[in-house]
Write a protein that binds this ligand. Structure first.
Ligand SMILES: Cc1cc2nc3c(=O)[nH]c(=O)nc-3n(C[C@H](O)[C@H](O)[C@H](O)COP(=O)(O)O)c2cc1C
Length: 207
């Protein structure tokens, strides 16, 4: 009887040891930090592509958020374009103002000193889509510089649903001699997953 008891206790120990060994073997591998591949490959590209400017215009903050996320990855300088005139807060009124600016092919004046283009080789240019195009002040910005030769512009937009809209031909026309990279378009409904979209877009297109 005593021997049987010892045998049972021994078996019990063996079972516990077996379960512990099994659990230890199933421990997951330590995870690679999120985006580590993206960040490493981009920092390598950054060295090759010279100084970077992330420049954007934003009325309600969406494009600003995308610009800041991009800047977090690529570094360089971050610059917000601001018009001298203040746009209406009301969406309805803003629609009318933007429409008349487009109809008039206006060039709204920009506030402050604009970035010195000679310092940059890669320019990420962000703007909201207004009436299917870029705000006219983006044209003011691009036309401020006589020549973008040797520089690449990567456009990025936010919109209700239009994506890049019809803005790319306008950017191409106004940024003289610039190379235009593939654009990133984030809709308002996609803002939650925007950080992932930015990382993927950079990984696939920023060369
Ligand atoms: C004047 C005006 C015109 C707009 N036109 C369009 C449009 O043609 N297509 C679209 O999908 N969204 C349009 N929108 C929505 C904005 O592009 C969208 O809300 C964007 O995310 C705003 O960016 P922001 O927060 O950086 O200003 C328009 C918004 C405004 C104020």
């Amino acid at each position: 009887m005593k021997k049987l008891g010892i045998l049972l206790v021994g078996l019990g120990f063996l079972l516990v040891a077996f379960v512990v060994a099994l659990l230890t073997m199933r421990q997951p591998e330590p995870k690679e930090p999120a985006n580590s591949r993206t960040v490493t490959s981009i920092s390598r590209k950054r060295k090759a592509s010279g100084r970077i400017l992330v420049v954007y215009m934003s009325r309600t903050g969406h494009t600003k958020q995308v610009a800041e996320e991009l800047h977090r990855h690529v570094g360089g300088d971050l610059y917000q374009l601001k018009t001298q005139k203040t746009y209406p807060q009301s969406y309805q009124k803003m629609l009318d103002v933007a429409q008349s600016e487009q109809d008039a092919d206006a060039r709204p004046r920009l506030k402050g000193q604009l970035p010195k283009l000679a310092r940059y080789q890669t320019i990420f240019l962000g703007y909201p889509i207004w009436w299917d195009k870029n705000p006219m002040a983006i044209n003011t910005f691009l036309e401020h510089y006589p020549d973008f030769k040797g520089k690449t512009i990567y456009p990025f937009t936010t919109s209700g649903s239009s994506g890049l809209g019809l803005s790319i031909p306008v950017i191409r026309q106004n940024a003289r001699n610039a190379k235009i990279g593939k654009g990133l378009a984030v809709t308002d409904a996609e803002m939650k997953r925007m950080p992932r979209m930015v990382a993927t877009w950079l990984e696939e297109n920023y060369k």
